[in-house]
Design a protein around this ligand. Structure first.
Ligand SMILES: Cc1cc2nc3c(=O)[nH]c(=O)nc-3n(C[C@H](O)[C@H](O)[C@H](O)COP(=O)(O)OP(=O)(O)OC[C@H]3O[C@@H](n4cnc5c(N)ncnc54)[C@H](O)[C@@H]3O)c2cc1C
Length: 543
């Protein structure tokens, strides 16, 4: 089937929903989302949203903190643009009904909390489940809007561009490449439909699932990055993957974070034989060292021992204190048979946030006309080599606003565009895949490979090995891609393979250690050569 819409938004997290609400008065908005609408990293965000509101705070300080964390690669102009609009974006959320926690001393004001890397208290939050509340409120408004339809169980397979329609880029298309929509797999019918749109927006979130251990939702398979790259957009800085030091390690617990606040309250990290180890890596701060140092220390201990996890122990604190201070963590761990008042918690570091993504300008526009990328799938210049905590929800809000301004300005142009005839998806002679193990095996193989060879601590030798092994897996996937009828699992597998390849490629190019990227052979930063983005473009290095 072929469907027509004005705006095709791929993804229903904070970025996609915020934009939908801002442009719905212009025309018809179709949001497609690959599982349930609330299945998004946005729903998992705990901490909050960074915003200068405190009397002792200033935009300059927030900008400085963001630039320092970005380690030389965050772009001043973009940082300033985002930071300065935070109060307005938070005011909009308040007006929509997000119940931000109030300051108990002065309920007129929002409560501001402090997080690592911030020099002032500036995180607005809804208790410890900010993302869930923001998602609920935005989704509620979107569902009620007469111009917005939300299609769950719809997965974007590939973008449709002029060059794709013409099977190449002939003279009449050169320099005029634009996006016409996307091919979408309808999870219920199993058909791949054609969605044609005047404007298409990628709001597909991150790619934590490229790694074996991740704090991310299952939907975070880097689809937007893979789709945009295949369509001809440039992507950047994919070597900068932020790892959270402590995620619960349990075969049934997929992505539960053990908050840094535990270490703040005196929890101690123990190696697999039960001995403390942080004093070896950061004698002064030990467990309170910054995130990347703690995560790398754990990774080192795991590699050394060959064991699956280390332990975080808070059981020396009074039981009453633990129950009052960490009720959610206590209950969740208990569900998995771990009583944190009596025993240490098995933990591993986990892939948490992709700082890089699809390159955009200050309005979220990609290299292809009519195609925007917002939120975690984009590389806007805000984060550089490392993300400052609680800046990512803000980025989603800020760039949805900027993209809406641009779309409104260009609306007359977009409305006047005519689409050439677009062929329906052609499955060719594809047949049902009988042995699903071909998919599940490769999913596991890629995620393990990335975890073991392209994780927190990298070496050229391991990166090259990973590159070689991934090449073989990719050949198999590409051969199967055209032979078998596509399923959601298979499409995601191909996307994690493509993103993994881009991460490895980017990591190999950066022969220094900066931000979240740590190379054993090059432990220092090298500003003379590397103070620039790592840019990959399909026209130069086909997959
Ligand atoms: C555990 C956790 C805690 C966090 N805490 C914070 C915090 O306190 N503060 C902060 O600022 N950030 C936090 N982050 C990061 C932040 O939550 C994310 O960066 C942000 O929510 C991303 O929003 P998004 O709209 O870009 O993507 P998401 O919210 O992930 O939404 C992506 C959407 O795209 C859909 N999608 C993906 N691919 C396709 C496809 N091919 N077809 C159709 N639909 C598709 C998904 O189903 C989903 O609906 C946290 C992240 C995690 C995982």
């Amino acid at each position: 089937m072929t469907y027509h819409t004005d705006f095709l938004i791929i993804g229903s997290g904070i970025a996609g929903l915020s934009l939908a609400l801002k442009i719905a008065d212009l025309g018809r908005v179709t949001i497609i989302t690959k599982k349930r609408a609330t299945d998004a990293n946005t729903s998992l965000a705990q901490g909050g949203i960074a915003c200068v509101l405190g009397e002792d705070d200033s935009f300059e300080l927030h900008i400085e903190d963001t630039l320092r964390t970005g380690d030389g690669l965050a772009k001043g102009e973009i940082v300033s643009l985002v930071v300065r609009q935070a109060p307005e974006r938070i005011q909009e959320l308040l007006e929509l009904g997000v119940p931000f926690t109030r300051d108990p001393q002065n309920p007129e004001r929002l409560h501001l909390t402090l997080e690592g890397g911030h020099s002032r208290r500036r995180i607005v939050h809804v208790e410890d489940h900010t993302g869930r509340e923001v998602e609920k409120v935005l989704l509620g408004h979107a569902q009620e809007h007469p111009h917005i339809e939300i299609l769950e169980d719809h997965l974007a397979v590939d973008l449709i561009t002029l060059c794709k329609v013409y099977r190449g880029c002939p003279k009449e298309v050169l320099g005029q490449e634009r996006c016409l929509g996307a091919y979408i797999l309808n999870g219920k019918s199993g058909e791949i439909d054609t969605f044609l749109s005047r404007v298409t927006i990628l709001a597909t979130g991150g790619a934590g699932k490229v790694y074996l251990y991740t704090s991310n939702a299952d939907v975070a398979t880097g689809d937007g990055i893979a789709l945009a790259y295949r369509a001809g957009c440039r992507v950047a800085n994919l070597e900068f993957v932020q790892f959270h030091p402590t995620c619960l390690y349990h075969p049934k617990a997929k992505n539960f974070l053990i908050s840094e606040a535990l270490r703040g309250e005196g929890a101690i990290l123990l190696d697999p034989s039960g001995k403390p180890f942080m004093h070896k890596y950061d004698p002064a701060r030990k467990e309170l060292a910054p995130r990347d140092i703690v995560a790398r220390a754990i990774d080192f201990e795991l590699k050394k021992s060959g064991k699956e996890c280390v332990y975080l122990d808070i059981s020396h604190k009074p039981r009453g204190f633990i129950l009052k201070r960490f009720p959610y963590i206590y209950e969740t761990c208990l569900r998995f048979g771990i009583d944190i008042t009596r025993e240490p918690i098995p933990v591993v570091p986990a892939a948490h946030y992709f700082c890089g993504g699809v390159i955009t300008d200050r309005f979220g526009l990609t290299d292809i006309k009519g195609l925007y990328a917002l939120g975690e799938c984009a590389c806007t210049g805000l984060h550089g080599a490392n993300r400052l905590a609680s800046n990512s929800l803000l980025e989603g809000l800020a760039f949805a606003h900027l993209a809406a301004l641009h779309i409104k300005r260009e609306w007359a142009f977009y409305k006047g565009l005519k689409h050439p005839p677009v062929p329906a998806w052609d499955p060719g002679g594809a047949v049902d895949m009988e042995e699903k193990v071909l998919i599940s095996h490769n999913w596991d193989a890629i995620r393990r490979l990335m975890w073991n060879y392209v994780g927190l601590v990298r070496t050229e030798q391991r990166l090259r090995l990973a590159q070689k092994r991934l090449r073989t897996i990719l050949e198999e996937i590409e051969a199967h891609y055209w032979a078998y009828i596509l399923t959601a699992d298979f499409i995601e597998l191909r996307n994690i393979a493509h993103v993994a390849k881009l991460v490895i490629e980017s990591a190999l190019r950066r022969k220094e250690s900066r931000g979240t990227h740590f190379m054993v052979e090059y432990p220092q930063k090298n500003d003379n050569f590397f103070r620039k983005d790592t840019i990959l473009w399909r026209a130069q290095e086909p997959l």
